[in-house]
Design a binder for this molecule. Structure first.
Ligand code: BTN
Length: 241
C-alpha cells in the first residue's frame, strides 16, 4: 500500500479519479491519489465534502482483493477507521470514532471516510477508500469541525500525515485479509463514540435515548432503545452530539 502515490493539484474528486482509472484497468492495488483541491468532493449519504484548497489531506487509496466475503464489508470500515485513529494518535491526537466512520474530538469533526466497493459474484473485488482529514484549516465557518492544527496547536505537514496514515493502513491490512477481522472489530468498537453510554438520537425527527452496544456482522449499529435492542443502518438514525 502506497508503493505508488500520485499527487494532483486539482481534481473533481479523488474517489472519482480512481473510479475512472479502474474502469480502464489503469490502476494497481495500493495506489494512492492525493490532491490539493477538490471541486466535487463527496461525503457519505450523498453530501458534499468541502475543504479549503491546499490546507488539508485529500486522499484516496485503491485496494484489490481476491474473494473478500461480501457479508464482511464492515471489516473494511474497521480497518480504515482504526488505521486513521492510530495515525492521529501518533500525531498526538486522541479521537473517537463516530459510527460508522467519522473521527471526532470534543471540538468537532476531524475526518471523514467514504469507502466505495465494487462487487463481483465471488465477493468484493476492490475498494476505493477516500479520506478527508482537516489538517491546517482553522476556520470552518460556523460548522462544528476541528483540525490537526487546532488540536495540536502547531502547523502540520500534510505529506507527513499522509505517510503516517499509509504506514498504519499497511500495517493493519494483514489483519483485514487474514483471519483477524474479529480483533479489528473489537478494537474499532472500543473507540466508538458513545459505546456503553446513553446518547440522544433522532428517528424520524423524534428525539429518543439509547445505549450504544456495538455493531453487528454487517456493520449496523446495535442500540438498546426504549423498544429493546435494535439495529440501525446509516440512514435510519442521526445521533446528537
Ligand atoms: C464524510 O465524512 O461524509 C466522508 C468524507 C470523505 C471525503 C474524502 S476527501 C477524498 C475522497 N474524495 C472524495 O470525493 N471524498 C473523499
Amino acid at each position: 500500500i502506497g508503493h505508488k502515490i500520485i499527487h494532483l493539484d486539482v481534481v473533481d474528486s479523488t474517489n472519482n479519479y480512481i473510479a475512472n482509472l479502474a474502469k480502464q484497468g489503469e490502476i494497481s492495488h495500493g495506489t494512492v491519489i492525493m490532491a490539493d483541491e477538490q471541486t466535487n468532493g463527496r461525503g457519505q449519504r450523498g453530501t458534499i465534502w468541502q475543504t479549503q484548497p491546499g490546507m488539508n489531506l485529500i486522499f484516496s487509496l485503491f485496494v484489490e482483493y481476491s474473494d473478500f466475503p461480501t457479508d464482511q464489508q464492515s471489516s473494511i470500515h474497521h480497518w480504515v477507521a482504526l488505521s486513521l485513529w492510530q495515525a492521529l494518535k501518533k500525531t498526538g491526537i486522541y479521537s473517537v470514532i463516530k459510527w460508522p466512520n467519522d473521527l471526532l474530538t470534543e471540538n468537532g469533526k476531524l475526518a471523514g471516510i467514504l469507502i466505495e466497493n465494487t462487487l463481483s459474484d465471488k465477493g468484493v473485488k476492490s475498494s476505493t477508500i477516500g479520506i478527508g482529514l482537516n489538517v491546517n484549516q482553522v476556520d470552518f465557518q460556523g460548522v462544528k469541525a476541528t483540525s490537526v492544527k487546532l488540536e495540536t496547536g502547531g502547523a502540520v505537514n500534510v505529506k507527513e500525515i499522509a505517510f503516517t496514515l499509509i504506514n498504519e493502513l499497511n500495517q493493519q491490512f494483514g489483519r483485514l485479509i487474514g483471519a483477524n477481522r474479529e480483533t479489528l472489530k473489537a478494537e474499532y468498537e472500543e473507540k466508538l463514540w458513545g459505546i456503553n453510554q446513553e446518547v440522544d438520537f433522532l428517528r424520524n425527527e423524534v428525539l429518543e435515548k439509547g445505549v450504544i452496544l456495538g455493531t453487528d456482522a454487517i456493520g449496523r449499529l446495535e442500540v438498546h432503545t426504549g423498544r429493546g435492542v435494535e439495529y440501525f443502518d446509516l440512514k435510519e438514525v442521526k445521533f446528537v452530539l
